[in-house]
Design a protein around this ligand. Structure first.
Ligand SMILES: C[S@@+](CC[C@H](N)C(=O)[O-])C[C@H]1O[C@@H](n2cnc3c(N)ncnc32)[C@H](O)[C@@H]1O
Length: 286
């Protein structure tokens, strides 16, 4: 079942060796393994790779996707990236973070991310986290819900938060379908992106403490880079990208490689529209 959902096609696919200037024998740290596409590219370039993922299901899938002959140069760590300094004891030539969930996590009904699912809204990337999206919808006050949706740039945050609080008094909101219908009722029908995209994004960020993870992890990374090594962070939302940009400005030991974040090429977006909102910031260690 776990392998039936197609492999995640990551942003900047096919470009990892070039972007990170990888040479055989280099050490590459992938802090977000997912389905292992980026890790595989680094292994194919001859790098030795250490990959982190907080989600054991992602690790199981990546082990099935990455060809056996490449796995001898690969070490997997099932841990939160916030623990990176404790878990590794070497320096790397390149470090990559590809934020957000994988397509597997979004599409697997059991993970509770989907607009269309009648399963409980869960959204935890790490099953050890105590609080699910369903719990937040039941417990948070209107102001707190509004704040969560604002962080995901939802323009109708206040109205949606109010409607959630009113409607849960009549019956609890537990599924993706119920929440998506509530948002459609307020925002109306849609063309390209589902109107509940930002609401779901806000909940996902809150459940997985995603802003906190970025703020805690990034400052650990310059010390783990070799001089001349490259750090790359892929984000899919302006709020995340802002945190990365601010971090880059504060770091005296890092230089920015491109002033503006790199966007995927039109050809990649045509083949894989999901990556249209991706931004990649690259830094090198002085
Ligand atoms: C966008 S996917 C990565 C896709 C991957 N680059 C590929 O090529 O398939 C992000 C992955 O990071 C993992 N992740 C998210 N937050 C994490 C955290 N705090 N620590 C470790 N892994 C995390 C998720 O479980 C997910 O598998």
């Amino acid at each position: 079942m776990i392998i039936k959902i197609p492999r995640h096609n990551p942003a900047y696919s096919g470009l990892i060796a070039k972007l990170f200037n990888l040479k055989p024998g280099d050490l590459f740290l992938d802090l977000t393994l997912g389905d292992g596409g980026h890790t595989q590219e680094a292994l194919q370039a001859g790098a030795k790779v250490v990959s982190f993922d907080i989600d054991p299901e992602s690790i199981e899938r990546a082990k099935q996707f990455i060809p056996q002959n490449l796995q001898k140069n690969w070490t997997v760590v099932n841990s939160n990236m916030t623990k990176v300094s404790e878990e590794v004891n070497t320096n790397f030539n390149a470090i990559l973070i590809d934020l957000g969930p994988s397509q597997y996590q979004v599409l697997a009904p059991s993970r509770g991310f989907s607009f269309h699912s009648s399963a409980d809204l869960d959204m935890r990337l790490d099953k050890n986290l105590g609080v699910t999206a369903k719990d937040l919808l039941a417990a948070l006050g209107q102001k707190e819900l509004e704040q969560i949706f604002n962080l995901a740039d939802e323009p109708r945050a206040r109205q949606i938060a109010k409607e959630i609080v009113t409607s849960r008094k009549i019956s609890p909101i537990t599924t993706g379908q119920q929440l998506a219908n509530l948002v459609v009722k307020i925002k109306g029908r849609y063309k390209n992106t589902h109107p509940a995209t930002q609401v779901f994004l806000g909940l996902r960020m809150a459940v997985n403490l995603e802003r906190e993870v970025i703020l805690e992890t990034l400052p650990q990374l310059p010390e783990l880079l070799e001089t001349g090594g490259i750090l790359g962070v892929i984000s899919f939302h302006s709020g995340e990208d802002r945190l990365v940009k601010q971090f880059g400005k504060q770091q005296e030991t890092l230089s920015v490689i491109y002033k503006k974040p790199l966007k995927p090429l039109a050809e990649e977006i045509n083949n894989n529209p999901r990556v249209r909102s991706a931004s990649l910031r690259l830094y090198t260690k002085k």
